[in-house]
Design a binder for this molecule. Sequence first.
Ligand code: PMP
Length: 330
Amino acid sequence: MNPPAVRNTLDLIGNTPLVLLKGPSEAAGCEIWGKCEFANPGASVKDRAALWIVRDAEARGTLLPGGTIVEGTAGNTGIGLALVANALGYKTIIVMPETQSREKMDTLRALGAELVLVPAAPFSNPGHFVHTSRRLAEETEGAVWANQFDNIANRKAHIESTAPEIWAQMDGRIDGFTCAAGTGGTIAGVGLGLKAFDENIAIALTDPYGAALYNYYAHGELKAEGNSVAEGIGQSRITANLDGAPIDTQFRISDEEGLEWVRRLLAEEGLCLGLSSGINVAGAIALGRQLGQGARIATILCDTGFRYLSSLYNAEWLRAKGLPVFPWLA
Ligand code: PMP
């Protein structure tokens, strides 16, 4: 079974493989499947949102030939947007907080994006990177603001591509799906897409500590507790993408638990992943245990671990964060 030959590099986005995760399946007593989003050209799930956001702006007539895409993001969305923009002849301006890792800045520069660094600030501060990117888009001629948090072209990517792919890859036999939320595009889009095939599929939010969504879906209150070093996930408000997400149940997963699955998936199954993938897998096990033996669960393996060599895969960094160091790094 070869993947299809495609004539356009943008057609390499999506159609990612789905893999049965052995350790997690054993731990849950049912089948846990991982959607390999690290296999996208930009090595993360955000390539899909980037492509849909750009195509949507073209269709609306707001993004014209030679135009510029502006976004506030620290990582994967910027990388996806830069690649899509290059393929379609657009420029990219990425606004990010100066506290982000050197690796991410280097990657975005390497791809040809123009980087604008701003001091880290709370969302309520007009200098926050998201607000700065909106203003920059307004001030730049021929520019559009990608606005991944509240632009629902983001979740549409998952309604139209990720969900039908998972449904087909699992032969329509799927009992539950879970993942964490950054913008919420993946959980809401896959959730809505799968429910359209079968409304009995359980959709669970897996939240890291430091995010407010677990308490929102469990108790109706946006309240954060604790914290997390996971990048790309952890939301404190109901974004437009999350609005109306069909969440049936919710789990909260610690960094330690997520990291243990990152370690085991690498050491035992040869998958090098980021922390949000480990947290998703831990959530999928929790959902599997709830649904019982014979259940078939899918989750998202969001991005490659190669993006975190100086953090998750670095003994000094892990020690400084008070997290366990992988034995082969100690
Ligand atoms: N994991 C990683 C590593 C990410 O970069 C993101 C995107 N912010 C997510 C998970 C969550 O995806 P979404 O924005 O669709 O909620």
